[in-house]
Design a protein around this ligand. Sequence first.
Ligand code: DX5
Ligand code: ZN
Length: 218
Amino acid sequence: MHPPLLAPSILAGNHARLADSAALVAHVGLQWIHIDIMDGHFAPNLTFGPGTVAALRPASTLFFDVHLMLDEPHRYLEAFAKAGANSISVHIEPDYDHPGALARIRALGCKNGIVLNPGTPAEAVEPLLGSVDLVLVMTVQPGFGGQAFRRDMLPKIARIAGWRRERGLDFRIEVDGGIDLATAAECRAVAADTFVVGTAFFGAADPGGFARSFAQMN
Ligand code: DX5
Ligand code: ZN
């Protein structure tokens, strides 16, 4: 199982100072930053585009974990890879060629990920588990930071972790939405390893202290 990894979500930082947010994440000793891309259709909000990612790339050595909340993610894979994404995750819910998109992401030199909304059962991604680097289990409905953690997602995480163990696979299991130190520990208990944290990190009086507390988790 992967050790716990904290991926602050830049969505919760100041959008006029995105580079400062990335610099803060690096400054407190973290390796990953999560970048939420929304199209106003798949999720009811608008955020960043490939131009934003490209503008952040030269000043940062962080691992860019790009989460595409798009109706047609397959149309934008090249753009985000070219912009400097290190990982690109796509949702299972929209209708497109999921295996094709996942293979394309790897062919572009990125890690790939498949994402499930709270209402989507684990079985929806089960056939793809051998072809992914990461499974992202949404623990809120996508769209906005600061929502309450969906505790009813824990059995889904456990189920996916069970398949991972039984099949000897090593994809990451990432959680996103309402994650703080307490809910991260609940997800860790069912074998999640990658923790997207927006509000609890960027809203903390001391983000470095948050990262140090997170690092105490086993
Ligand atoms: C939700 C986004 C999350 C969000 C999490 O639509 O995918 O990445 O930034 O924010 P918090 O941690 O505030 O729930
Ligand atoms: Zn996200």
